[in-house]
Design a protein around this ligand. Structure first.
Ligand code: C5P
Length: 225
């Protein structure tokens, strides 16, 4: 493993979408390639961190040299996150489905031949970031969330920082015109208690490296052997 400013630190990263089953062959999900979360895990690893990478079914493979925990649903993701604690920092980059299908079926839903369609009912999924941000015991020292917004990016992201008790929010504008969704570049604003810092548009790998360096700085000197 790499030796660096995060040697001796354990960092948890969530990434990718979650899949919420409708029946054994169908699901609902958010759009997410997993690219930014994967790049962040790799960057943290490169700075020496031990990384637990909790990932939903992403399009791209997880990085080498991290502990990969694969999950499907939001509830499984929350449980995997809890099982991976304690951690010095947590970066919640997953695009978790806000709702799951409450009336999911154990058998494939069949067409009834007379043109009627099933009705899906939803119930709310756990908010993993809000859960970890509010932990009374064993909360990671640094909790970082993401906010993918299409409008009023700063206002919505700042509200998220408060509501979810995150230390930082990495906000990005994912309105279709930006081409960020599914692309290789990202333009983010880092929101902390001290204010907002807009980073220039850069490759997702570079956003990841910059964020990992900031995390190392925030955690300070690694524990001595
Ligand atoms: O509320 P919204 O989904 O926009 O918040 C995004 C942030 O919250 C991301 O960091 C995402 O990983 C996290 N989140 C979560 N669990 C959810 C929903 C969002 O951890 N159920």
């Amino acid at each position: 493993p790499a030796i660096g400013p995060l040697t001796g630190r354990h960092v948890l990263v969530t990434s990718g979408p979650t899949h919420e089953p409708i029946d054994p062959v169908r699901y609902i999900a958010n759009r997410s390639s997993g690219a930014q979360g994967t790049a962040i895990a790799a960057a943290l690893r490169d700075l020496g961190a031990r990384v637990s990478f909790v990932t939903g079914p992403a399009e791209i493979p997880p990085p080498a040299g991290v502990e990969v925990i694969r999950v499907q649903t939001a509830r499984e993701m929350r449980e995997a996150v809890e099982a991976a604690l304690p951690a010095d920092a947590a970066v919640m980059a997953a695009a978790v489905a806000d709702w799951r299908v409450a009336n999911a079926q154990d058998h494939k839903i069949k067409k009834d031949g007379i043109g009627s369609a099933p009705v899906l009912e939803f119930s709310e999924n756990p908010d993993i970031l809000a859960w970890i941000g509010r932990l009374r015991e064993g909360r990671p020292r640094l909790v970082v969330g993401f906010a993918a917004e299409t409008d009023d990016v700063l206002a919505h992201a700042s509200a998220k920082l408060q509501r979810k008790r995150a230390d930082w929010i990495v906000a990005n504008d994912v309105s279709p015109a930006t081409g960020i969704m599914g692309g290789t570049e990202n333009a983010v604003t880092l929101i902390t208690a001290d204010g907002a810092e807009a980073w220039p548009r850069m490759p997702k790998d570079e956003v990841a490296r910059k964020l990992a360096a900031r995390i190392a700085e925030a955690l300070g000197q690694p524990p001595q052997e």
